[in-house]
Write a protein that binds this ligand. Structure first.
Ligand code: IPE
Ligand code: IPE
Ligand code: MG
Length: 244
């Protein structure tokens, strides 16, 4: 384990589109909610593996602004799973030194999920071993639209000089400007799309898509993704010295 850690260049921030819970359940002729339950176990497993490997920030896309389109029963099951997760894992998060953060229109989440989230964020605020960011009622377009609203309000109130707008200032209006951009974005279950995830932050993120369904994703899959990341040549629009 130690040698694996020292050999690998560990991304500081990994973001994951946890996809494929429904297909995982369907393959077993189980209801979709069973897939979500197994997906919640994968959250624990992968968070732990990421921490062991030294990943500082892990962002998990758990519920999108578009996921409200699903049947009320499925949305309800996802919300109670989240509520159960917060009840049963808060102590573990605290003991493991995990700081929980959220991004998204969390004000639009139902009670008691909303207050349990606020409580978990508050109770883990001082933790430093790892930051776990849950994207909940999150949409990249919603985030940029919310930023535009706050910018317009600040400009109208004279708190912001439109002449001063640049990428550094803009970033301050995102849900959590402290979180660095992801270095690596993983999507499970093979879909080649962003599904409205982190539209601003993924500008120069390395993308990795695996056919593995989220409930099956484990430490080994995470290491494979990081190994692949290590072989990428991140140029950020420039050219390499070797190309000069
Ligand atoms: C991801 O799994 C979980 C959420 C979107 C909440 P899905 O529920 O999207 O699973 P598939 O894509 O239908 O297999
Ligand atoms: C993306 O998965 C959202 C989450 C993982 C929370 P979806 O399953 O909702 O995405 P689409 O519908 O396949 O694009
Ligand atoms: Mg899906």
């Amino acid at each position: 384990m130690m040698s694996e850690k020292t050999q690998l260049n560990i991304p500081r921030h990994i973001a994951i589109i946890m996809d494929g819970n429904g297909r995982w359940a369907k393959k077993r002729l189980h209801p979709r909610t069973d897939g979500h339950r197994a997906g919640a176990d994968a959250v624990i497993r992968v968070t732990q593996a990421a921490r062991d490997l030294g990943v500082e920030y892990l962002t998990l896309y758990a519920f999108s602004t578009e996921n409200w389109k699903r049947p009320a029963e499925e949305v309800g099951a996802l919300m109670s799973l989240l509520s159960h997760f917060l009840d049963s894992k808060l102590e573990k998060l605290i003991n493991d030194g995990v700081r929980l953060k959220t991004i998204g229109r969390t004000g639009g989440l139902p009670e008691p999920v909303r207050s349990k989230l606020l409580n978990a964020v508050e109770k883990t605020r001082q933790n430093t071993a790892q930051t776990l960011v849950l994207a909940l009622n999150y949409g990249g377009r919603a985030e940029l639209t919310d930023a535009a609203g706050k910018i317009a309000a600040d400009a109208a109130a004279g708190r912001l000089d439109p002449e001063k707008m640049d990428e550094t200032v803009f970033r301050q209006y995102l849900y959590d400007p402290e979180i660095p951009d992801p270095d690596l974005m993983i999507r499970t279950s093979g879909e080649l799309r962003l599904s409205n995830f982190l539209l601003w932050q993924l500008a120069y993120t390395e993308l990795y898509v695996t056919d593995v369904l989220w409930p099956d994703f484990d430490r080994n899959d995470l290491v494979c993704a990081i190994e692949q990341f290590n072989r990428r040549d991140r140029r950020f629009g420039a050219i390499n010295e070797s190309s000069l």
